[in-house]
Each structure stands twice: as structure tokens, then as C-alpha cells.
Design a protein around this ligand. Structure first.
Ligand code: HEM
Length: 402
């Protein structure tokens, strides 16, 4: 059993380690797969231990807090007892079960499947529009997921730019409190309010005139007489947008970056991009777009040799767990030919990513179309990493296609 120096833990996320935190994660994980780094604060980096935390119902989320009307932000959804309405990502059963079931009825694998031709068309046109030298993030990795999620939700074309801006501001504020920078908080709160107000109006329009989109499906969805309340609908829309946007951008960017650092550039994808699905899985494992998540102990419990008192917080280091030797041989290497194995990039258990089929589809199409349309792609400058930890990704990825 190890207790760890909190400074050593925080140093894992230091700015100078951002380009490659993995050797530091490795040392940390090998000396303490579970560590208590402060009173009732645990860091979990071993694959088995992280999987346990994500699967075991003893770990979950704190109950939504009551908010005094004076402290409420304009447009903040609260329930009839004045508690903050949270998206199901941070709710426990039975609320989580009920909401996830409702949303899954509207957001189906079939709906994702039907998007394939549109994603292919969009990807091809973004790549074809780019000059010989370009920034892969600006040209492809950023616009593709936001276009797809906006189209899926039925956001009018004219609003998409504002929409991307708000979503970016909110994604910046996803880091746990000990990693937060105060200057990201204010824009995130404003963006959340703008979003909720925007979706309130759009939902009202779709109620009057339903379309073929996910928003209309969510407005109309019911399960054994149960429906989404107005507040639930608004926070669900915001969740889908944030969860479905920057993460996929980073999967595409982290993947192309890993390929271009390798000896064979895009060749591992195959001449027709036929290996793209396998490469997507390896990128998810090797350089996870979501690096960490958090849980609270809902009762006194144990984790490995640790006693974990109720109310303790656990930071699950997904990015570190995915390089555990239990994921397969040579876990620190990027091996595009690796047989897909275990990883936690989409979480585990009841909160397993609802958008995983969509994320995999977008990344697969992006990699395949790059292999077909820009087979000679090479790095042409310095890659810059975003200053965030929970979401790991590049802000710029300069490339040349010769
Ligand atoms: C949950 C990762 C794309 C929607 C999660 C979780 C992870 C994750 C790790 C679990 C968090 C936890 O247990 O605390 C990713 C990654 C993506 C991605 C790496 C892209 C590469 C998407 C997309 C959507 C989406 C495209 C939807 C459009 C969701 C939702 C949940 C979730 C709704 C909550 C599920 C629940 O609580 O039951 N995602 N995600 N994600 N994701 Fe994703």
C-alpha cells in the first residue's frame, strides 16, 4: 500500500510534460497502481484497478446539489426540488438507467450507420479542399466532428460557428478542480448558459415542427410512458455536443500524429485505408483522447489493499491504465498492426461511451480518406498540444502532402 506525495501526482500534468506524459505515467503506475495522494483522494492508474472503479457500483457520483434560487444562473435547469439537473454521465442508477435508456432509444446504432455516406462526403471534401501544406487540425480534425454532431442534432447551418465556439469553451473547463485554470471558468459558464438558452429555443421549434434529426427524436422519445423533462433534454443535448465533439477531434489528431511519428507514415493504414478500424483502436489505447475521469466512493469500500472511506474521490487515469502491461505486449509502443485488446478509452461499465460507434466511424473514415487522398502525408512543423489534461489533443498539426 502506498501513499504518494501530492506534488509528485500534480507534476504528472505539468505543462512541460504535455507533449509526452507517458514515461511519467509509467513510473507512477509501476510504483503505485493505486495511490492515496491526499486525504480521501486516490489516483488509480493500474488497468485492473481502474476497471474495478469504473465497474463497481460502490463508486459513482455525488448526489446533485440543491441550489438556492439566489445562486442560480439564468437558464440553469433545476428540478422541482431545486436540485441542479445533471446529464446522465454524472448520475447514478436509477436516474442514470432511466435517462440512458431514453436517450439510447433516440440515438441508435442505426442512426449512426445511416450517417456513413454523409461523413464520407464531408471528409472527402474537407481533405480535397486543403492545399499541399496545411494544418490537419484546422482542415479536418476540428471541422469534421462538429459538422457531424451539428447535423445529427439538426442545428441550422448558420448557427454552427457559434455552436463550435461555445463547445470549445466548455471543453476547456472539464479538468478536475486541482488542474483548473481560473481563466477558463468564466467563458465556460457563459458558454453553458448560451447553449441551454439556444437549445431551449431550438427544442421548442422542433416540438412544433419535428424533423428527421436527433433533437426531434429526443423531444418525442418515450419509454413506458416516461419522457425527458425540459431540463433533462437541455442537459442531454449539451452533453452530446461536448462529449461528441472535441474527443473525436482529438482521436483524429492524436492518430495522425502517432502515424506520422512512425517510420512508415500512413502506410500502416493500407493503400485503400483497409486497416483503418484496427489503427483507430490502437490510437484509442495508445494516446487516449479522454485521459482521466473521476468517481466518488458511495460507501466505505476497498480497492486493492486500500480502505476507501465513503465520500473519497478517485481520479481514474485512463491514459496511464491504457499503457499497463495487461493491455498486451510492448504497451509503450504504437503498433498499428496490434490486435485490438483491452483499453479504457471509452470507459467501462454502465457509463461506457454512448457515442463510441459514431467516434469510431468518424475516425475510421478520416484515416481511410487520408490514406486514399494524401498517401504521402508527412509532418512539416512543430505540433502544439492543448493546455488541457482531461481532454488530450493537439491545437496544431502541420503537415505536407508533397
Ligand atoms: C461517456 C470517451 C465520443 C457521448 C464517455 C466516457 C468516456 C468517453 C471515457 C465515460 C466517462 C466516465 O465513465 O466517466 C469518448 C471518446 C470519444 C467519445 C474517447 C471519441 C473518441 C463520443 C461521442 C458521443 C459521446 C461522439 C456522442 C455523440 C457520450 C455519452 C457518455 C459518454 C452520452 C455518457 C454515457 C453514460 O454516462 O452512460 N465517453 N467519447 N462520446 N460519451 Fe463518449
Amino acid at each position: 500500500m502506498t501513499s504518494a506525495d501530492p506534488q509528485e501526482f500534480f507534476a504528472l500534468f505539468a505543462a512541460e510534460r504535455r507533449p509526452d506524459p507517458y514515461p511519467h505515467y509509467r513510473r507512477w503506475r509501476e510504483s503505485h497502481p493505486v495511490a492515496a495522494f491526499a486525504d480521501r483522494m486516490f489516483a488509480v492508474s493500474g488497468l485492473a484497478e481502474a476497471t474495478q472503479v469504473l465497474r463497481d457500483p460502490a463508486f459513482g457520483h455525488p448526489e446533485p446539489e440543491y441550489l438556492d434560487p439566489a445562486d442560480r444562473l439564468p437558464d440553469q435547469p433545476v428540478d422541482e426540488s431545486g436540485r441542479v439537473v445533471r446529464a446522465f454521465l454524472s448520475l447514478n442508477p436509477p436516474d442514470h438507467t432511466r435517462l440512458r435508456r431514453l436517450v439510447s432509444k433516440a440515438f441508435t446504432p442505426r442512426m449512426v450507420e445511416q450517417l456513413t455516406p454523409r461523413i464520407e462526403e464531408l471528409t472527402a471534401s474537407l481533405i480535397d479542399r486543403a492545399p499541399a501544406e496545411f494544418d490537419l487540425m484546422t482542415a479536418l480534425a476540428k471541422p469534421l466532428p462538429v459538422e457531424v454532431i451539428a447535423e445529427l442534432l439538426g442545428v441550422p447551418l448558420d448557427d454552427r460557428e457559434r455552436f463550435a465556439e461555445w463547445s470549445h469553451a466548455m471543453a476547456r473547463a472539464l479538468d478536475p478542480p486541482f488542474l483548473q485554470r481560473p481563466e477558463t471558468q468564466e467563458p465556460a459558464v457563459r458558454a453553458r448558459q448560451s447553449f441551454v438558452a439556444y437549445f431551449r429555443e431550438l427544442a421548442a421549434r422542433r416540438r412544433r415542427e419535428p424533423g428527421e434529426d436527433l433533437l426531434s427524436a429526443l423531444v418525442a422519445v418515450s419509454d413506458a410512458g416516461d419522457v425527458l423533462s425540459e431540463g433533462e433534454l437541455l442537459v442531454t443535448l449539451t452533453l452530446l455536443l461536448i462529449a461528441g465533439h472535441e474527443t473525436t477531434t482529438n482521436l483524429i489528431g492524436n492518430g495522425v500524429s502517432a502515424l506520422l511519428r512512425g517510420p512508415d507514415s500512413l502506410k500502416p493504414l493500407g493503400t485503400d485505408g483497409e486497416n483503418a478500424a484496427r489503427v483507430v483502436e490502437e490510437v484509442l489505447r495508445y494516446d487516449s483522447p479522454v485521459q482521466l475521469t473521476a468517481r466518488t466512493a458511495l460507501r466505505d469500500t476497498t480497492l486493492g489493499e486500500f480502505r476507501v472511506p465513503a465520500g473519497s474521490q478517485l481520479i481514474v487515469l485512463i491514459g496511464a491504465a491504457n499503457r499497463d502491461s495487461a493491455t498486451g505486449p510492448a504497451p509503450e509502443s504504437f503498433d498499428p498492426a496490434r490486435e485490438p485488446g483491452r483499453h479504457l478509452a471509452f470507459g467501462q461499465g454502465i457509463h461506457f461511451c454512448l457515442g463510441a460507434p459514431l467516434a469510431r466511424l468518424e475516425a475510421r473514415v478520416a484515416f481511410r480518406e487520408l490514406a486514399r487522398r494524401r498517401p504521402g502525408l508527412a509532418s512539416s512543423g512543430t505540433q502544439e498540444w492543448n493546455p488541457t489534461t482531461t481532454l488530450r489533443g493537439l491545437s496544431t498539426l502541420p503537415v505536407t502532402s508533397g
